[in-house]
Design a protein around this ligand. Sequence first.
Ligand SMILES: [Zn+2]
Ligand SMILES: [Zn+2]
Length: 374
Amino acid sequence: MRDCYEILGVDRSADADSIKKAYRKLAMQYHPDKNPGNAEAEEKFKEAASAYEILSNPEKKAQYDRFGWQAFQNGGGGRGGAGAGFQDMEDIFSSFGDIFGDFFGGGMSSSQRSRSRTGPRRGSDLRYMTEITLKDVIEGAEKEIEFETDDNCDVCNGSGVEKGKQPQSCNTCGGQGQVRVTQGFFQMLSTCPTCQGRGSIVKDPCKPCKGRGRVKQDRKIKITIPPGVDNGTRLRVSGEGEGGFRGGEAGDLFVEVRVKEDSRFEREGDHLYGRIDPDYVQLLLGAEVEAETVTGKLKVKIPKGAQVGEQIRVAGEGVPGLRSGRRGDLYVTLGVHFPEKLTKDEERLLKEIAEKRGIGLSEGSRISFWGRKK
Ligand SMILES: [Zn+2]
Ligand SMILES: [Zn+2]
């Protein structure tokens, strides 16, 4: 996919207003009402909408700026998760319809509108962000998430009309939901101001939904986060998005994962990297030490004579692969800890060692320079 900024023809430093303007201009240019049957225009229209969807949302924009399309395309190769971007024209209008508002009156062509206003229609997809820990990444987790969404009113099945009553055809538009208006050089179809495009007037509104045909619903669901997910992985929960319209299918819920940083470990693919600082004596004599990891205690064997900066590989203590389930490795870099103060006894012993090894401590003891690294 092309770069979002390139698609909209704006600079990376463009502010929200210029981004919106640039999108609006492209959306007008490639609008399906102005390019009937032009597949290329439709592609351009979708492309611009996909770019705008990201750049108009500060959170997504920040992610895009860091990771590019990568951030939205199946995360780290995760399961589920549709690619970024819009496939369906109706999704574009339901997301950004307002941007066309004063020009195209809602934006859908007449055939699209009549289909969506009266027939069943799929609910929108929803997005949800959840934060997890590195421990959750390793072990997998169950999360309960809560959100509010729109659902079809079951009492009137989305018509907004009280049971047993009939909606009345709108006189202004003759039941079409649209009226012709002339704007500049164009003659356009615009949403009927009397019925707001429904084509009918509700004289007896359904009580539970107050004539909207939709009801708010609090949703609480449990999601399973598989081991191995990474920052930006999107999990698709089928059918948990916004409820469908008039018997249409529900949308999907996309849960995007953010992994809280653990200051002790860095992740690269399925491997983890960390450091321990053994006491200089442990380093010299070799030792078996135990260190706290995110999931428990881990034994690390420090070989006798190990050097500072040396890396010890602990197999199978990394992060599980999302597909394979096989855990990567943990690489432990050895630092060193020297005591800040020595007891008299320690000092005496160390001086003895120095003497035995012929290591000079006084003025004039020789040492060599090396390059900075090593
Ligand atoms: Zn209702
Ligand atoms: Zn009307």
